[in-house]
Ligand binder design. Structure first.
Ligand code: NZQ
Ligand code: ZN
Length: 391
C-alpha cells in the first residue's frame, strides 16, 4: 500500500432543515455573495426562493449568475469571474448539480487572477491554481461528487475540449446535502447519476494491486448501495432513504477516501470526456455505454481475479464457478444493471454518435503514449473500445 495524505475539510450539512445555517456559513467569508445556478430547475422546485430568502435574512448582498449549462462551458466561467471582480465578491454559492459546482470552482479561481480562466485547463498552459474564492454549495443532483472533491471539468465548444483539473483550492468549504432537493431529478438524470458514481468507484476498484482489503470492502458497499437504491429512486422519486443513500454515496465515491494507498489512473472517464466534448452528451450516459465494453476489452489472465472478486462480492455470482465464467457473468450483470435496470442506451449510434471522430477522440483521450489505467490503453485500444460501442 502506498503512503498517502487524506485531507477533506469540507463541512457537510446532511439532511433536511439545515438551510437556517446557510446565512451564517456564508457570512463568515464576507458580505457579498455570487449565487450560481443552472437552467432553472431550482426555480421550478422552489429552492431558489428559499435560498434567496435565507441569504437576504442574513443581511448579505446577493448577485446572481444563472444559466450554467450541463457540461459547463468556459463562457459561463469567464462571465462568473468577471462578475466576481466587478462586484468584489467574497464568497460563491453554487446551487445545482455537478455542472454548476464545477463551473463555480473555476469562477472562484478565475476571480483571483488576471488571465483567462481557460488557461487553468489548457493543456499547453496549465496556469497554476494558487488561490480561489471560498465556495459554498447546495447540491441538487447525486452524481459527480463535486460537492466534496477538488476537481472540476469544463468544456470549450470552440476547440471541442472537455478538460478536468484538480486543485485543493477548489474544494467546497461547506456543502449542504439535502436529499429532498433531489426528489425532482428526472428518471434519466437519476440513472445517469448512478452510472457516474458507479464508474467513479470502478475506476479505482479495478486495479492489479491486491493489498487493499479494507478499501475493497468499502467500495463494494458503495457499489451495492447504488445497485440497490438507484432503481428505487427512479420508481419512487420521493423515497428519502433511496435519495439519501445515493447522495452520500456520490460524495464518498470520489472524495479521495477510496484512493488511499492506490496508484490512481482512470480509464473510462478520459474516454467519456471526449464523447461529451464532441457530442455534448450526458456524462453518466457516456460512461454507461463505455464501461461494460472497457471491462470486456481489459479482461485477461492477469486481471481476471479482480473481475471474480467484483462478480462475487458485488453481484453475488456463485464463487464455485470457473473464474472466467464469473468474469463474464460480472460484465453481463454490469450491462444488465446499466441498460435494463436503469434503462440507459447501450450503443453510441443510439445517442447520435458515429465513428467520424474516433481517431481524434482516442488520441486526445490518451493524451500521450498510453492511458495508464487498469490496463494501459494506447490510441488504437481506445479506438477499438469506441468501435465495440457501435453495436
Ligand atoms: O440546469 P438545471 O436547470 O439546474 O437542470 C439540471 C440539468 O439539466 C438538472 N437538475 C439538476 N438538479 C435537478 C435537476 N432537475 C430537476 N431537479 C433537480 N433537483 O439535471 C441536468 C444535469 O445537471 P448537471 O449538473 O449537468 O449533472 P451532473 O451533476 O451529472 O454534472 C455533470 C457534470 O459534472 C462533470 C461531468 O463531466 C459533467 O460536466 N463531472 C464532474 C466531476 C467532479 N467535479 O469531480 C467528476 C465527474 O466524473 C464528472 O466528470
Ligand atoms: Zn464521472
Amino acid at each position: 500500500m502506498n503512503d498517502f495524505i487524506y485531507h477533506i475539510p469540507t463541512k457537510v450539512y446532511f439532511g433536511r432543515d439545515h438551510l437556517q445555517h446557510l446565512g451564517a456559513e456564508l457570512k463568515q467569508f464576507g458580505p457579498r455573495v455570487l449565487m450560481t445556478y443552472g437552467g432553472g430547475s431550482i426555480k421550478r422546485v422552489g429552492l431558489y426562493d428559499r435560498v434567496v430568502q435565507a441569504v437576504r435574512e442574513a443581511g448579505l448582498e446577493l448577485y446572481e449568475l444563472p444559466g450554467i449549462e450541463p457540461n459547463p462551458r468556459i463562457g459561463s466561467v469567464r462571465e462568473g469571474a468577471r462578475l466576481c471582480k466587478e462586484h468584489h465578491i467574497d464568497v460563491l454559492l453554487a446551487v445545482g448539480g455537478g455542472s454548476t459546482i464545477d463551473a463555480t470552482k473555476f469562477i472562484a479561481a478565475g476571480a483571483c487572477v488576471d488571465h483567462d480562466p481557460w488557461d487553468f485547463l489548457d493543456l499547453a498552459k496549465r496556469a497554476p491554481i494558487e488561490r480561489a474564492l471560498p465556495i459554498v454549495d447546495i447540491l441538487t443532483l447525486s452524481a459527480t461528487g463535486s460537492e466534496m472533491d477538488t476537481g472540476g471539468v469544463i468544456s470549450n465548444p470552440e476547440t471541442h475540449d472537455k478538460i478536468g483539473r484538480l486543485a485543493p483550492q477548489l474544494l467546497p468549504r461547506v456543502s449542504f446535502l439535502d436529499p429532498t432537493n433531489t426528489f425532482t431529478v428526472s428518471r434519466f438524470q437519476t440513472a445517469c447519476g448512478a452510472a457516474d458514481m458507479l464508474s467513479h468507484i470502478i475506476e479505482v476498484y479495478f486495479t492489479t494491486q491486491h493489498d487493499l482489503f479494507m478499501l475493497d470492502c468499502f467500495m463494494e458497499g458503495l457499489m451495492k448501495t447504488i445497485i440497490r437504491f438507484a432503481p428505487v429512486a427512479m420508481a419512487e422519486p420521493e423515497n428519502y432513504e433511496a435519495r439519501a443513500n445515493l447522495m452520500w454515496t456520490s460524495s464518498w465515491a470520489i472524495n479521495g477516501f477510496v484512493n488511499g494507498g492506490k496508484t490512481k489512473a482512470w480509464s473510462c472517464h478520459p474516454m467519456e470526456h471526449e464523447l461529451s466534448a464532441y457530442y455534448d452528451i450526458t456524462h453518466g450516459l457516456g460512461l454507461a455505454i463505455l464501461t461494460p465494453r472497457w471491462m470486456e476489452y481489459c479482461l485477461d489472465d492477469e486481471r481476471l481475479p479482480r473481475y471474480v472478486q467484483y462478480g462475487v462480492n458485488v453481484f453475488g455470482i456463485d464463487a464455485s464457478l470457473p473464474p472466467i465464467e464469473i468474469a463474464r457473468k460480472a460484465i453481463a450483470a454490469t450491462a444488465h444493471f446499466l441498460y435494463d435496470t436503469l434503462g440507459l442506451q447501450r450503443t453510441l449510434p443510439e445517442v447520435g454518435i458515429d465513428d467520424t471522430h474516433f481517431a481524434t477522440m482516442a488520441r486526445k483521450a490518451v493524451g500521450g503514449d498510453a492511458l495508464p489505467g487498469f490496463k494501459p490503453l494506447r490510441q488504437a485500444d481506445v479506438e477499438a473500445i469506441y468501435r465495440m460501442c457501435m453495436a
